[in-house]
Write a protein that binds this ligand. Structure first.
Ligand code: ADP
Ligand code: MG
Length: 690
């Protein structure tokens, strides 16, 4: 049966010419259609349904509609990546809509302000309802809309007309729909909403019987694409899970952990304790730990990681902590070394600037078990790093590492225990799905006694000069300040602040203060020295690039100033700001930007309004193309066609729950052979980067 099923991937050029001509094959290729499957799954991007013109005031999200409205304004603008966008505002008296066309600059010439048009598209929502790349036609008042039929509108190009596409697709539905066997097992969606069968859905998405049928078909395909993705991500976990107890035994000594906690200058928060307990419990059961520890910037992930490393070490297993930068590895090393040695553990550091004899010594110590805990960078992944008995791997700030690097380190483990610490600003629902193969612990609380950071957007020279005076006074009274610029050297091409430029200015304004500079082109050793001096208050001011973005912890610094703030993404701004506000003193963040674009305005005012990483993450997702978000593309979540990862988080969760229930029942096995095949195919595509 599966052999017949695979026929849906027959190449169009291999079909007899009674189904398709050679010329049509070429034309369809230009639309990215190569196989029967591609063609049948080439769904309309809109429907021409003139009997159903809707008022803007009555629109809902994600519906296929026809709107009759007049153009208020047309604007031609480049976006951040230089792609041309035409933006029009339209109104029909009941409301206003925004219409965007990407990469079609000529449209701005053909649209006339004041004229009435018919727009056909799918509604998207930003602040206003939007159409993206809709069809449009000049409305000629006399037109009487009588057509009952709902016609599909496909994305197309000059080589092939809508009518031709419709005809070819009709013919294919008649001849090849039989290959498209049902791939959603009944018992998987039992208790879920009623959904269309596959062939019924395919027919209705192309040539719908009614508007309701389009929606029902959409639900079916949304479910289908999510199922394939989620089952693929989750299934390994259930195969492992069913075997995952009593993998090893651990004595459970906690002496050193206790001593360490006494040495800490603070008490762990409730959230830190909760997460530590979650991990303890798994280890006590002899389970292989495979866990994402998510916590906002400054929530104290390091302490959680350290406790677990100590626990494993005192029970006979080595630990490794891998950080994304040398600065951060060094900071962890210096921050932990003293206390760990006090409780009788041996700590080592391994980074790429450790070479020669020193490196050989450390490698030997790791191999023969003389080092209990090794802290390092990517260097830890190298083949020559061999552990005697590695029991726990911690990866800090995981969004800098790819999945392959994660696995490579894991393979060195005696036990595969893995903790991934991340502040990756993504909403919880999404984290659960993307990191579906990991369990999730959340540190949902910041240490007490932190004063909220005051954030101000500095948009003009007057405010700028007030800001400098303010910072001067603060530094004079013993505060430390960061100044961050987007570039190292000044370049003629861009009117951006560079570390060069900033340091001239700062040296002039703060001539009696001690100033350090740090950037990515410096040697690791130089960077460490600068960081150490700043930490020890030998510098009042640190001028930096984003090398300090992640993880840097100097609790005494209270001022963060960011030049050209519009150049940074929300998550980078959030990370940078997270460098201050780490102690009990009032901290300040200044975002300097004279940008006047709508996007900059929205982003900078979100920064002024909130410090909550999850809210910022959600806003960030709304303002950006989700494909830009790190980790999302590789996860397969960015190319979902029927799901909007922001607005459909409920559906994502529902389908995920269905998948978990199904996998539990079937011990990780996929019973429907068609579905199984689809999953394998999807994931071999993802891995090969298609
Ligand atoms: P992140 O989660 O961003 O990695 P860190 O682990 O660097 O955060 O911790 C941020 C700061 O908070 C550090 O200075 C750390 O010493 C401090 N800290 C961690 N846990 C606590 C706590 N329970 N109480 C007070 N301060 C804490
Ligand atoms: Mg950290």
């Amino acid at each position: 049966m599966i052999e017949a099923y695979k026929k849906m991937y027959t190449k169009l050029e291999d079909l007899p010419s009674k189904y398709i001509t050679a010329k049509q094959v070429v034309n369809l290729k230009s639309l990215g259609i190569d196989t029967i499957y591609d063609l049948i799954y080439y769904f309309p991007r809109a429907y021409d349904n003139r009997s159903n013109v809707k008022n803007i005031g009555d629109l809902t999200f994600n519906e296929y509609v026809v709107v009759k409205a007049s153009v208020m304004s047309v604007l031609n603008m480049p976006n951040r990546s230089g792609k041309k966008i035409v933006k029009a505002m339209i109104t029909d008296g009941t409301g206003i809509m925004e219409v965007l066309w990407f990469g079609m600059p000529y449209i701005s010439k053909s649209l006339k302000v004041g004229e009435e048009y018919i727009f056909i598209g799918q509604t998207k929502k930003s602040n206003l309802f939007q159409f993206i790349n809709p069809e449009y036609k000049l409305y000629k008042g006399q037109e009487k809309e009588t057509a009952k039929e709902i016609l599909p509108i496909y994305s197309s190009n000059k080589s092939i007309t809508q009518n031709n596409l419709r005809k070819i697709i009709k013919k294919f539905l008649e001849n090849f729909l039989k290959y498209f066997e049902e791939n959603i097992p009944n018992d998987l969606v039992k208790g879920y909403k009623e959904i269309f069968e596959r062939t019924q859905a395919i027919k209705n998405i192309h040539f719908p019987e009614s508007v309701q049928a389009i929606e029902a078909a959409n639900l079916r395909f949304a479910t289908e694409e999510l199922l394939i993705l989620e089952l693929g991500i989750l299934k390994n976990r259930f195969i492992v899970d069913s075997l995952n107890t009593k993998k090893y035994e651990i004595e459970g000594k906690k002496e050193k952990v206790k001593k360490f906690l006494e040495l800490l200058p603070f008490e762990l928060t409730r959230a830190q304790k909760k997460v530590i307990k979650e991990i303890y419990d798994e280890i006590s059961d002899g389970k292989i730990v495979n866990r994402l520890v998510q916590g906002d910037v400054g929530s104290g992930k390091t302490a959680v990681a350290t406790v677990m490393l100590i626990y494993m070490a005192e029970n006979g297993y080595q630990g490794a902590l891998m950080a994304p930068t040398e600065i951060l590895a060094n900071q962890h090393y210096l921050g932990m070394k003293e206390r760990l040695e006090k409780i009788g553990l041996r700590v080592g550091l391994l980074t790429s600037s450790i070479k020669g004899k020193k490196k050989t010594e450390i490698l030997e110590a790791i191999a023969n078990g003389d080092i209990d805990i090794v802290i390092g960078t990517h260097s830890l992944i190298e083949d020559n790093v061999v552990f005697k008995k590695l029991g726990l791997i911690v990866i800090d700030e995981q969004h800098r590492f790819g999945v392959n690097q994660r696995n490579k380190l894991r393979e060195k483990g005696f036990l595969g225990n893995l903790l991934v610490m991340t502040a990756t600003p993504i909403p919880r629902s999404l984290a659960l799905s993307i990191y579906g193969d990991l369990d999730l612990s959340i540190i949902d609380e910041l240490p007490p006694g932190r004063t909220p950071i005051k954030t101000k957007w500095i948009a003009n020279d007057k405010d700028l000069s007030i800001m400098y005076d303010f910072i001067y006074k603060k530094v004079n009274s013993g505060n430390q300040a960061y100044f961050v610029a987007p570039l190292i050297e000044t370049s003629d091409k861009m009117a951006l602040k560079s570390v060069d430029k900033v340091s001239e200015e700062i040296e002039r304004r703060f001539s009696d203060k001690k100033i350090g500079i740090i950037h990515g082109k410096m040697k690791a050793k130089e960077k460490d020295e600068v960081m150490l001096k700043f930490k020890n208050k030998e510098y009042d001011i640190l001028i930096a690039t984003t090398v300090i973005e992640v993880g840097i912890d100097v609790p005494a610094s209270t001022i963060m100033t960011i030049y050209n703030a519009e150049r940074f993404g929300l998550s980078a701004l959030h990370q940078l700001r997270g460098r201050v506000g780490r102690g009990s003193k009032q901290s300040y963040c200044f975002l300097i930007s004279d940008s006047t674009t709508e996007n900059s305005k929205q982003r900078l005012s979100i920064m002024e309004k909130t410090e909550d990483g999850f809210i910022i993450a959600e806003e960030d997702l709304k303002l950006r193309n989700s494909g830009e978000i790190f980790g999302l593309r590789q996860s397969g979540f960015s190319d979902l066609k029927f799901i909007d990862i922001i607005y459909d988080s409920k559906t994502i969760k529902d389908v995920r729950d269905l998948c978990i229930a199904y996998l539990k029942k079937n011990k990780g096995k996929i019973k429907n052979e068609f579905l199984k095949y689809d999953i394998e195919r999807k994931f071999s595509d993802l891995q090969s980067g298609n």
